[in-house]
Write a protein of this length. Structure first.
Length: 219
């Protein structure tokens, strides 16, 4: 997209310039240009808001309310999957009587650079730090343990070596694991990793096995 940004010098606005801003949230501080949500939608936090309160990148929940009092939406109410998330935010917010257990999510301001060379400028985006999360990539659940998970295995070549094992190991109990379109061919190992493991095993054996006893002959 192309946007008009104000240029300033010593706090004085000097004019407007047209700059191209990436549509990828990864290039704009993790915030999307447009956030599409609705009550009952599954959502995810794509950036760290307050790590000490559990409001961190990758945390999922459900949109249970939208406060558009006035002329604009200013708060999205989210009930997160884990009761450990947002305890402080839940205790301190004005919605706790009408919406018990919810965390109010407000717009977040981030600054980032866009453009190249001499046309590189600092931009600021004000947006709700949320994205739809009916599903997500394996990378997004890295480091997380879940009570239930549905792993979609359809499509050849959709998994890199080792990724399927990574996905299957995200769940706490086997009873919470569901496979969609199970395909045994999707479970692959990396040949380079197998070779390295074999090399390390052989190296360990050679270092731990005792040397052969010397041969003694009788004259």
């Amino acid at each position: 997209m192309t946007s008009k940004l104000s240029t300033k010098k010593k706090g004085v606005q000097t004019g407007l310039i047209n700059v191209a801003i990436s549509t990828e949230a990864s290039d704009t501080g993790g915030l999307r240009e447009v956030v599409s949500v609705a009550v009952s939608a599954r959502v995810m936090i794509p950036v760290n808001i307050d790590v000490s309160d559990g409001l961190a990148n990758g945390i999922c929940g459900t949109d249970v309310g939208i406060d558009n009092t006035g002329s604009d939406v200013h708060t999205i109410l989210v009930k997160f999957n884990s009761e450990r998330v947002g305890k402080q935010a839940i205790a301190d917010n004005q919605y706790k009587k009408s919406f018990p257990g919810v965390v109010p999510i407000k717009r977040l301001d981030v600054q980032f650079y866009t453009g190249r060379g001499r046309r590189s400028v600092e931009a600021k985006r004000s947006q709700f730090p949320l994205s739809l999360a009916w599903g997500c990539t394996i990378h997004k659940v890295q480091g997380k343990i879940m009570d239930k998970i549905v792993v979609a295995m359809q499509g050849k070549g959709s998994f890199m070596p080792g990724q399927e094992y990574f996905a299957l190991s995200r769940v706490r109990h086997l009873s919470g694991l569901f496979l969609l379109g199970f395909d045994v061919s999707a479970i692959r190992t990396s040949t380079s990793v197998v070779r390295e493991m074999d090399r390390l095993r052989q190296q360990t054996l050679s270092e731990t096995l005792p040397s052969a006893a010397p041969t003694v002959t009788h004259g």
